[in-house]
Design a protein around this ligand. Structure first.
Ligand SMILES: Nc1ncnc2c1ncn2[C@@H]1O[C@H](COP(=O)(O)OP(=O)(O)OP(=O)(O)O)[C@@H](O)[C@H]1O
Ligand SMILES: [Mg+2]
Length: 401
């Protein structure tokens, strides 16, 4: 069929033609935004899910919802190697400028800018970073102690007070939260805690891989009271079908029930894969309806594309030892595996591979669903590892018999 009309959109962060199965969560977000804007304390939302389940897409939607409610919303993405302040400063500067432009002079907004200026002064001093350009006198003694926990809390309070003064609210939306350091996470939690205690209209909504929950818990014991961690999982069979059918129907095309069942079976309802299968099946089908035979062809082509793209880019970021570790994990099958079993598979002691495991968790390749367990953060990655490294590592690997 004509690729020009193909409604599907595989790709990180691409808005899907049909955002299936997330209605309940979005209703929760609506309520949260309304309550925070009204000055009512509410738990922040930190969405947790594996790669490609649709976290970024949800955060984009959250930003739109917040803006529609009169929020100043900023969306930032945490990085492995970029300190949190460097991400927050431009975002909050933009927020304060927008608040500043809203009406006549507000002392609270001016103060917010001065507090940001003193926060920047300290960061710049410490990191030797480029000028952030804020031509204003700093608010001496506020947000400039050099202790991120104290300073970020003071900055958030000042920004939230500025928003309150404008009868507005601030949404700080952070993607890839698992990449924050423990200190940064701790400071973020403390800052949100302060803002919530004062009933100020600033909310944090974030998303990350499952290691995020542990990171928050380690950083501050009261994190559980401040945050809820809704799980963003694969879609049900029904929602998976909807994710394909609705966009196709908008172009007058349908899927046979057998085709839909087969897509669900091979993709397990993971949104990224659903878009990929939708996209390829559309291009492969000679005419509607899209049937089982087309899906079988699609599976071949899509798997190949994933192996060269979605899976491959992650594989290429691994060191040779990390690859061997993951290959051993894959050998044990999908789902969580005991660390002891991985070590045994490799023929080494558990302690000797503990650092390797930690670095893979930091890289976001694996996570620990329960103490001592290890699982992939990328759906179907175990199958990919077995395809791409056919030979399983083991006590005898590399040694000739
Ligand atoms: N609810 C949904 N229904 C249908 N397709 C979806 C849905 N959510 C996301 N998608 C599609 O899935 C793909 C992945 O989405 P997204 O990039 O938001 O995932 P992610 O969880 O942020 O992944 P990563 O952890 O790799 O950043 C995109 O192509 C998007 O269009
Ligand atoms: Mg994402």
């Amino acid at each position: 069929m004509d690729p020009l009309n193909n409604p599907f959109s595989p790709g990180a962060g691409n808005q899907p033609p049909e955002l299936a199965g997330r209605g309940e969560l979005l209703r929760q977000v609506e309520i949260l935004l309304a309550r925070v804007k009204a000055g009512r304390a509410e738990q922040s939302l930190l969405m947790v899910g594996l790669r490609g389940v649709g976290k970024t897409v949800l955060l984009n939607r959250v930003r739109e919802m917040a803006e529609a409610r009169g929020y100043q919303a900023v969306l930032i993405e945490a990085h492995e190697n970029k300190p949190l302040p460097l991400l927050l400063i431009p975002a909050l500067r933009q927020t304060l400028f927008a608040l500043d432009r809203m009406a006549s002079v507000s002392q609270k907004v001016k103060r917010g800018l001065r507090v940001l200026r003193s926060f920047i002064g300290n960061v710049k001093f410490k990191l030797g970073e480029a000028e952030f350009g804020l031509d204003i006198e700093p608010e001496k003694g506020t947000a400039d102690s050099g202790d991120l926990e104290t300073d970020l809390a003071e900055l958030f309070v000042a920004v939230a007070e500025a928003a309150a003064d404008r009868a507005s609210a601030v949404a700080i939306i952070v993607d890839e939260l698992q990449y924050l350091s423990e200190t940064e996470m701790s400071a973020l939690i403390m800052a949100i805690h302060r803002v919530a205690q004062r009933g100020l209209p600033l909310v944090l909504i974030g998303a990350g891989l499952p290691q995020l929950v542990g990171l928050a818990g380690q950083s501050k014991s009261y994190a559980e009271r401040l945050f809820t961690f809704p799980e963003i999982g694969p879609l049900s069979a029904e929602d998976s079908a909807r994710a394909l059918q609705e966009p196709a129907a908008s172009q007058g095309v349908s899927y046979t029930p057998e085709a839909l069942a087969e897509v669900y079976r091979v993709t397990q309802g993971y949104p990224y894969f659903l878009q990929e299968w939708g996209y390829q099946s559309w291009n492969l089908a000679p005419q509607p309806p899209i049937d089982l035979q087309v899906i079988r062809q699609t599976t071949q082509r899509s798997m190949q594309r994933l192996d060269q793209g979605f899976f491959r880019v992650r594989f290429d970021r691994l060191t040779p030892r990390e690859k061997v570790y993951l290959r051993a994990l894959a050998e044990l099958g999908p789902g969580p595996q005991r660390s002891g079993d991985v070590a045994e598979q490799l023929g080494v002691k558990v302690q000797s591979i503990a650092p390797l495991r930690s670095s893979l968790i930091r890289k976001g390749m694996i996570y620990s669903p329960a103490h001592g367990d290890t699982a992939f953060t990328v759906p179907l990655f175990d199958e990919f590892m077995r395809r791409t490294m056919p030979e399983a590592p083991g006590p005898r690997a590399g040694k000739k018999p």
